[in-house]
Design a binder for this molecule. Structure first.
Ligand code: KG4
Ligand code: ZN
Length: 343
């Protein structure tokens, strides 16, 4: 199936996106779901680092302080006045309930004051739309590997806003496994970028970590490999940290890429696309590209800034949702466990 392309009629093209589902406070101005006029991301990483992970209450309080300055900066950088914003799209789930409520309350207030539509967005759907910011004409069906701190999903996008979830993780998300392994080894938070960096100087074949469920359906499991790393480091305290990082990363990436490759073949996909924070991983990007070249699929790897949480992806997905479903009701609430709408 080909993409249906952009809708012909549009009532609100200049959309302010707001994202506060976890530890990034972000706002962006995007036109017609593709043209990014500004994308401001204020990371709270330093605030959470000393706790070794995101502390929900600390995140909510930081969002309260940071959000309006971030929105103002996004408008200024875009050169767009308040009265030129045509809709406000905001993540209302999944995520941390307190963090979501900050963005949602601000978005409702702005929508009321400016008299423009409110669009409540699914964070997972927004991650998928990061791809269209840089490649508006992606052909479908497309297999997406959505890998973040909270989710690991294999998704077929049949057309705009139409998804089929093939599989997801049964325990830890891929990013969560990176973060937990790094935390155990005292490497800091978030763990993904650190392990990615250390792995460059390590040997990916040094330690053979398990590849759980590699040939078994579409679901994933990463808690076993995490435990295997912990056990190995306990038994071999002098092991080379770079080798552990490279071998662990290789085990995770092997499973992700093998399943995505099989899925693309099975559904006759036009290509494979990465989404979510773990999509910033160097080895994952390299390996996915290799298999796409070998199998003749198009590989699409969004820029690293668009893989991790940002508000441009929220505004982009919001544009499509607004065309399809119209504005959200002012009564929408935060939905910490919101799922991707599946056909
Ligand atoms: O999508 P995201 O920014 O937030 C969520 O929605 O979860 O993803 C954050 C996750 C964290 O677990 C982080 O460790 C991981 O993405 N991550 C990476 C890399 N950069 C971020 N994992 C592996 N390699 C990276 N380079
Ligand atoms: Zn995310």
């Amino acid at each position: 199936m080909m993409t249906t392309g952009s809708p012909t009629r549009s009532t609100a093209d200049r959309i302010l996106g707001i994202e506060t589902s976890c530890d990034e406070t972000a706002a962006a101005l995007v036109v017609r779901g593709t043209d990014v006029l500004s994308s401001v991301v204020s990371s709270q990483i330093e605030l959470h680092q000393r706790f070794g992970g995101v502390v929900p209450e600390v995140a909510s309080r930081a969002h309260v302080e940071l959000l309006m300055p971030v929105v103002s900066q996004a408008l200024v950088e875009a050169g767009v006045a308040d009265n030129e914003v045509e809709a406000v799209a905001v993540t209302h789930g999944p995520g941390l309930v307190g963090a979501l409520l900050v963005g949602l309350s601000a978005a409702k207030a702005l929508s009321l004051v400016w008299g423009v539509p409110l669009v409540g967005m699914n964070h997972l759907e927004a991650h998928l739309y990061a791809a269209f910011l840089e490649e508006p004409d992606l052909e479908m069906p497309m297999v997406f590997l959505l890998v973040s701190g909270g989710h690991t999903m294999l998704i077929v996008m049949e057309d705009h806003l139409r998804y089929r979830v093939l599989g997801s993780t049964l325990d830890d998300a891929a990013g969560e496994a990176f973060d937990k392994v790094a935390r155990y080894m005292n490497l800091g938070y978030p763990g993904g970028p650190v392990i990615d960096r250390l792995a460059v100087d390590g040997d990916p074949t040094a330690i053979s970590f398990p590849r759980a469920m590699a040939h078994d359906g579409w679901d994933f499991s990463f808690s076993g490999v995490k435990t295997a790393v912990v056990n190995h480091v306990r038994k071999h305290p002098d092991v080379d940290v770079n080798d552990v990082a490279a071998s662990f990363q290789e085990a995770v990436v092997d499973v992700l890429v093998d399943k995505a490759r099989r899925a693309a073949r099975e559904v006759g996909a036009k290509g494979l696309c990465l989404a979510g924070g773990v999509a910033a991983n160097s080895r994952l990007r390299e390996k996915l590209l290799d298999v796409c070249v070998a199998d003749g699929y198009r590989a699409f790897l969004p820029s690293r800034a668009m893989c991790t949480d940002n508000a441009a992806m929220v505004a982009a997905a919001g544009w499509w949702r607004l065309q399809a479903d119209g504005p959200s009701a002012m009564t929408i609430g935060a939905e910490p466990s919101l799922r991707l709408p599946s056909i």
